[in-house]
Design a protein around this ligand. Sequence first.
Ligand code: GLA
Length: 635
Amino acid sequence: MFYGGDYNPEQWPEEVQEEDVALMREAGVTAVTVGVFAWSRLEPSEGEYDFAWLDRVLDRLHDGGIEVVLATPTASPPPWFTLAHPAGLPVNADGVRLTHGSRDTYCVSSPEYRAAALRIAGELGRRYARHPALAMWHVHNEYGTDCRCDLTAAAFRTWLEKRHGSLAALNEAWTTAFWSQRYSDWAQIMPPRATQYLPNPAHVLDFRRFLSDSFLDAFVSQRDLLRTFDPSIPITTNFVQGDWVSVDHARWAEEVDLVAVDHYPDSAGMSAEEQTAFAGDLARSWGGGRWLLMETAPNLIYTPGRMHAKEPGRMIRHSLGYVARGSAGAMYFQWRQPLGGAELFHSAMVPHAGPDSPVFREAVSLGRILENLPPLGDPPRSEVAVTWDAQSWWALQGAGLPSADIDYAAAVRQAHRALYRAGVPTDFVFPGLPLDLDPYRMVVAPHLYLVSDRAADAFQQFVAAGGHLVTGALSGIAEPSTRVIPGGYPGAFREASGVRVTEWHPLDPATPIALDDGSAAHGWSERVELAGATAWARYAGGVLDGEPAITRQEFGRGVFWYVSAGLDDESWRRLLGVVAAEAGVSPLVPDLPPGVEAIRRGSLLFLLNHSSSEFRGIAAGSFAVVEGQGWKALR
Ligand code: GLA
């Protein structure tokens, strides 16, 4: 069980470290992540190293019985690097070369940056691979810096040649006949940079794919180097999510020894619990069952406009939520709150107020709870899966789409939230990888915009074999190249769905529209022709009055549902409840009141009471961990 957080002793005088270790022991901390942003301290000038302080940190932690997740510091090149090697700095889409002053100022396509990163990683590997405190390598931090410099342009062209094989194939895939963009030489292709009007969506999407592969290449080169020093030490890097991140985590998951995820719910109340469940289910699915929560906030967290605080008990409940969903522990950003620097008010386990504080007391309680958990088995596989497809996400962030309100991630979250609220355990599946849908009775695929032939076949076979598939708006539209499948939407699923969509009617999200089964929708509607399916619900009012809105088709031994309207949360919950019942899927624990969450891991059932009322002896804001069906015995 990993319990601890990012530890930055380089920010403090050495005496503080004595207190740190004592407090870590008091809190039951088992591991800390060291060195994430310590490059300028470890290599104060090019090729000159200072490891003595880190030796003492690792020795002291080891003496205190605390393990170390040792980071390579390559996310934050020091000022000397950026001055000596300006080509290693990122250039943004406007052609502006960034400089140091923040963090993550690097370009993974720069040979100078890559060489410097491997050099410091190699020095760390040589020196610490056999240190008894070392539990895991943590390469870099949250890969994601987007660079569009000339070095990146050259690397992008090489990547494109490999992907498309020929310029003719690229011209076809990118539809360069539109707006006279036909390329007659690879050298003409640039990374997407500031341009006059809408960029070519295929160009933009390929660039994001390229970035994901380039970051992965940078990770793999450090990983392979570190492995040469002691292959038994697991190696990971922390995944981060956000609209800006060009990392296809489902693919990356195959390359790390343990999937590690940073997760910061960006709101308070039940939304934070739903986000926690979403992140935990996604990470568990990336990791094939096992993963590690590498960072979250103990208290105040940066959210747009204003930070918000976690109320007492939430740090514990969130951590248990992640652990119940398969995390090998709970790690925080950060151990001790810094007195300066850009994130000086970001919360920590030891806050500015010191250990005599609610957050440290909660950290101590959490340590006891984690220490005393019975042995944890594996999380069971769910009977329901939701699709997560980074490439459809990126494609739906492009320009030229029919509505600025299209939000892939929000659509997937909404489907997951509906299942969460219904108490139905949920996995994620990744259509960009070979799909194994056999374990599932029901799959929900929101906004699955890009669909390969292979994925289309897998979904069709899933339904034919008895599965229940729910998809709809903006799904099955285009091939992975982004070229539309003609003949009516949802092109890739036309046969199995039994519908043919001939028109989209984007709506103002503020104006609700009704369906005749009582469902409410907003933001999106479509003209749906029945081509075998039957109408489950029809539009009631507006231009599409009386036209099918939700359809159902029996296909083979299963059922294909098509949802053309942007349903609200309650309507999604009701519809998915109907589909789940037909599919023979039931909630993990029946009849839980809203705000009470049940999660199974091995033989243990975690019951988290996020509500403001007591539930069967579990106080508001508290939790219980019971064996097997033990919840039945709770009063
Ligand atoms: C990320 C980073 C940390 C820190 C936190 C703040 O997860 O890895 O260094 O910036 O965000 O929330």
